[in-house]
Design a protein around this ligand. Structure first.
Ligand SMILES: O=C(COP(=O)(O)O)[C@@H](O)CO
Length: 249
């Protein structure tokens, strides 16, 4: 199966004040001295995107948002539109992260609508899916992620640049990871669901793995069939740790 170049994206979540720009600068410098061999992106809080774009200008590190509103503008206090992310300097956006699905009640339909908005603004969406521990223990992991793919991926994604991130909710920030066999099984099912949903358009977009990825486990995870990159949380906050994962890719 044709695979696109791997994408390693760091999700800073609600971490990283201005002082963290130094980490972005260190990452840019390291990837200037030695090319990554994969795509590398940082997704800081929205308030940092514009400043980080200045720091990263001319380098290989791409920039993403962590969410966007489905509407282009309007009375949506506290929200940021996809076009605002583009305007600030982002070319990617994470959508449907489990912390937004559980913490903000986002549904698959919401994620699909946000994806449409992201595409309209010229952003490359990274659409997150993943089962809870209870769902895995009930033997429902494949069913859950397949259902999330069917509901969260609008048909307009076909032919567009995008990625899916499989992030088991129970592996996020816990230090726990699925076995390599479990990752392979779910990624194969996610690919099948993407093709069922988008036809040929679902065949080549990378499927990232996310959840407790660190330098010590990145190489084996990234070598699993159909793992097209990684979405990294805690280990992306320090350039040295993130570089360890990038080198594994
Ligand atoms: O949530 C994620 C994983 O976080 P970790 O701290 O790497 O477990 C993923 O979205 C990257 O933020």
């Amino acid at each position: 199966m044709k695979q696109s170049v791997k994408l390693v994206a760091g999700n800073w979540k609600m971490n990283g004040l201005g002082a963290s720009l130094g980490e972005a600068e260190a990452l840019k410098q390291a990837l200037t001295e030695q090319a990554a061999g994969c795509r590398v992106a940082l997704c800081p809080p929205a308030t940092l995107i514009e400043r980080m774009a200045r720091v990263l200008a001319g380098g290989a590190v791409e920039l993403g948002g962590q969410d966007c509103h489905a509407e282009a503008s309007g009375a949506f206090t506290g929200s940021v539109s996809a076009e605002m992310l583009t305007d600030a300097g982002a070319n990617l956006v994470i959508l449907g992260h489990s912390e937004r699905r559980t913490g903000f009640g986002e549904t698959d339909a919401d994620v699909a609508a946000k994806t449409e908005a992201a595409l309209a603004a010229g952003l490359e969406p990274i659409i997150c899916i993943g089962e809870t521990l209870a769902e895995r223990e009930a033997g429902q992991a494949i069913e859950i992620v397949s259902h999330q793919i069917a509901g969260s991926l609008p048909l307009s994604l076909s032919g567009k640049a995008f990625a899916v991130a499989y992030e088991p909710v129970w592996a996020i920030g816990t230090g726990l990871t699925p076995t390599l066999e479990q990752i392979e099984e779910v990624h194969a099912a996610v690919r099948a669901a993407m093709v069922a949903r988008l036809g040929e358009g679902g065949r080549t977009a990378p499927i990232l793995y996310g959840g407790s990825v660190k330098p010590s486990n990145a190489a084996e995870i990234l070598a699993v069939a159909e793992v097209g990159g990684a979405l990294v949380g805690g280990a992306s906050l320090k350039a040295a740790d993130f570089l360890g994962i990038i080198r594994a890719a």
